[in-house]
Design a protein around this ligand. Structure first.
Ligand SMILES: Nc1nc2c(ncn2[C@@H]2O[C@H](COP(=O)(O)OP(=O)(O)OP(=O)(O)O)[C@@H](O)[C@H]2O)c(=O)[nH]1
Ligand SMILES: [Mg+2]
Length: 246
């Protein structure tokens, strides 16, 4: 570059100024491209949102992820926010309350900056709670900000418990329930003449399957456990997923 500039300076005046103009134009163009790229990355956000019903284990997973330790948790009434660096990329982990009266407000607060959505399920109580688990997930997946931006990780948690269901079973249970839910939602909307386009998830005329959605959805198993003994947590799949999307 230095050599090139020296050569330029030796040339005649008109070619010199032409080359200098070209150099300046190239510099401006590169700066513009970098700026647009930076804005795009920034606007996409860096929030990893931990969601799920109350008691599914969000806050304990948050504590394990940020400080690798057990903490006694209580039903959250506000969000927990902490930063981690993965692959030299900075991620902001936000754990929002699962309480039905609070979760909408917190989801709305962060959804436009979501880089990834984590949905945590209590794998022990899933059969009893399937309707609520499916409905909350359906609502999250129907949100335009999630459809636009976010890969989704579904964590089947509490696998340290003998009664916990595995992630394949949970996926099948959810697909069945979300199929029913979709029929109810669309028929309710048809009855009221409202638009059903943004509420329909999956393929028309086919049973609901996660693979039919545009969002990248992964199912994994985890546990964060109820004590502080060694080996009392396994959130490796969450860490691998964060590395993948960071
Ligand atoms: N055995 C077992 N218990 C867990 C696990 N994860 C969480 N728990 C326990 O489950 C209870 C609820 O965990 P939290 O992390 O507070 O649940 P939450 O999802 O944050 O609940 P809200 O804040 O109400 O939305 C606590 O008693 C935890 O210690 C797990 O993997 N295994
Ligand atoms: Mg909590």
């Amino acid at each position: 570059m230095k050599k090139y500039v020296e050569q330029l300076l030796k040339g005649d005046d008109s070619s010199q100024s032409l080359h200098l103009a070209l150099l300046v134009a190239a510099f401006i163009l590169i700066t513009l491209v970098l700026f647009v790229f930076w804005r795009k990355r920034k606007s996409k956000g860096n929030i990893i949102l931990l969601t799920g019903l109350s008691d599914s284990g969000k806050t304990l997973i948050y504590a394990r992820l940020l400080c690798s330790q057990f903490v006694k948790t209580y039903t959250s009434v506000k969000e927990n926010i902490g930063d981690i660096t993965i692959n030299y990329r900075f991620l902001r982990i936000v754990d929002i309350p699962g309480d039905e009266r609070l979760r909408g407000k917190y989801f709305d607060k962060y959804k436009s900056s979501v880089k990834g959505l984590v949905y945590i399920i209590d794998a022990v109580t899933i059969q009893k709670e399937i309707r609520d688990v499916a409905e909350y997930l359906y609502n999250l997946l129907s949100d335009p900000d999630i459809q636009k931006n976010a890969p989704v990780l579904i964590m089947c948690n509490k696998q340290d418990q003998t009664m916990a269901k595995g992630c394949y079973v949970i996926k099948a249970l959810l697909e069945k329930e979300m199929n029913l839910l979709r029929m109810t939602k669309t028929s309710q909307l048809e009855a009221t003449d409202a638009s059903s386009t943004n509420i329909f998830l999956g393929k028309q005329g086919k049973h609901f399957e996660f693979s039919h959605l545009d969002s990248q959805i992964d199912f994994v198993e985890s546990y964060a456990s109820n004590d502080d003994s060694q080996m009392s947590a396994d959130i490796e799949e969450l860490k691998k997923w964060l590395i993948k999307i960071a």
